[in-house]
Design a protein around this ligand. Structure first.
Ligand SMILES: [Zn+2]
Length: 351
């Protein structure tokens, strides 16, 4: 038992060496989009409530409920304490020169209490992250309903030390599978599917493209999960590191589990740990198999979960999932580098 205890302590200790960051949708990660609007100083504060009511009626900010109509004046020593949003530039009538008379018809809003208008920039959509909120606040105040989990995840602090220790071990299993595949001449990519509810590994796989061109490590793992549920059709007998574990047994098996009826649909609720960011094919297979979360070590130039595409956050697909990157990033990058080196060598040998 002694070596196992030592290994566990090593894993806990080394899980401090990496940080898992979320791969967020474009809506979360892009800079905020701005649009132009006319604002005016409120020179008579007592008129504020009436002005807001009448402006809301004349120029409702439809679909822009996140924008606050009135802001405190930023400039110190300003003669007026408040400014009000009159309307979007796109909603304003055609006019030769910007003036209150042109913007506000005499029978709509009484000009009393308003100063001359000027152009400001306002955010076109509500901020989704604290960073976007800070950006929008530099232009015009908005409401912000903070998703605390996103804020904590973006700081790389979502997972507790015990959770990180488990994640570390799962990725170590994926790295071991990748190395086993590499020794058999495959690309050095490994993957592990875990049931987070029971903390049990369901399947371990590595790249098997020597067997079939589509058998990337992720595809192999999904196939093995299907086999653990009594389905699947490929045999991985020639790859001993590719295996699934029966949900009802602690033993690794290479025959289908007969008790498949109570199993979830393929990967529903399961986590995938993979050394390298999956490609488009694998990402789509993860959508189809209803994976719960994906953790990968290092990004890939053709990656479809953050680098080239963000398939996990596509609104027009019928399943979405969370993605985190950076788990054991150094070891995963080393694996990729050694793989690139071997591929270059074999290309040169073929010339
Ligand atoms: Zn792939």
């Amino acid at each position: 038992m002694e070596p196992q205890v030592k290994r566990w302590k090593w894993s806990v200790c080394n899980s401090d060496s990496w940080v898992a960051y979320p791969v967020l949708s474009d809506e979360h990660s892009q800079d905020i989009e701005l649009m132009e609007a006319f604002a005016s100083p409120i020179v008579n504060k007592k008129e504020t409530a009436r002005l807001v009511r009448e402006l809301n009626s004349l120029y409702p900010l439809s679909g822009l409920q996140h924008i606050k109509r009135v802001r405190a004046c930023k400039e110190q020593g300003s003669p007026h304490p408040l400014e009000v949003l009159v309307c979007l530039v796109s909603d304003a009538p055609d006019m030769e020169a910007v003036s209150l008379d042109s913007l506000l018809p005499s029978d709509g809003v009484l000009h009393d209490g308003l100063g001359e208008p000027f152009v400001v920039k306002v955010p076109a959509r509500p901020p989704l992250t604290r960073s976007q909120f800070e950006q929008t606040s530099r232009h015009w105040p908005t409401s912000f309903h903070e998703d605390k989990q996103v804020t904590v995840a973006m700081r790389g602090e979502l997972f507790s030390p015990p959770q990180k220790a488990s994640m570390h071990m799962y990725m170590m299993s994926a790295l071991a599978a990748a190395n086993a595949g590499k020794e058999m001449g495959m690309e050095a990519v490994g993957a592990v599917v875990v049931n987070p509810a029971t903390q049990r590994i369901i399947a371990v796989g590595h790249d098997c493209r020597g067997h079939h061109p589509l058998k990337h490590a992720v595809m192999v793992c999904i196939e093995l999960v299907a086999q653990s549920q009594g389905a699947g059709c490929y045999s991985f007998d020639r790859y001993p590191a590719c295996r699934f574990i029966s949900p009802t047994s602690d033993t690794c098996l290479n025959v289908p589990d007969a008790e498949a009826s109570s199993q979830p649909y393929i990967c529903t609720g399961y986590d995938l740990y993979v050394t390298r960011e999956p490609c488009v094919m694998c990402a789509m297979a993860l959508v189809h198999s209803r994976i719960g979360r994906v953790f990968y070590g290092t990004a890939s130039a053709d990656g479809a979960l953050g680098t080239k595409f963000k398939i996990h956050s596509q609104k027009d697909l019928n399943h979405r999932f969370e993605v985190y990157k950076g788990v054991l990033i150094t070891q995963c990058e080393d694996l990729n580098r050694s793989d690139d080196h071997i591929q270059k060598q074999s290309l040169e040998e073929r010339r």
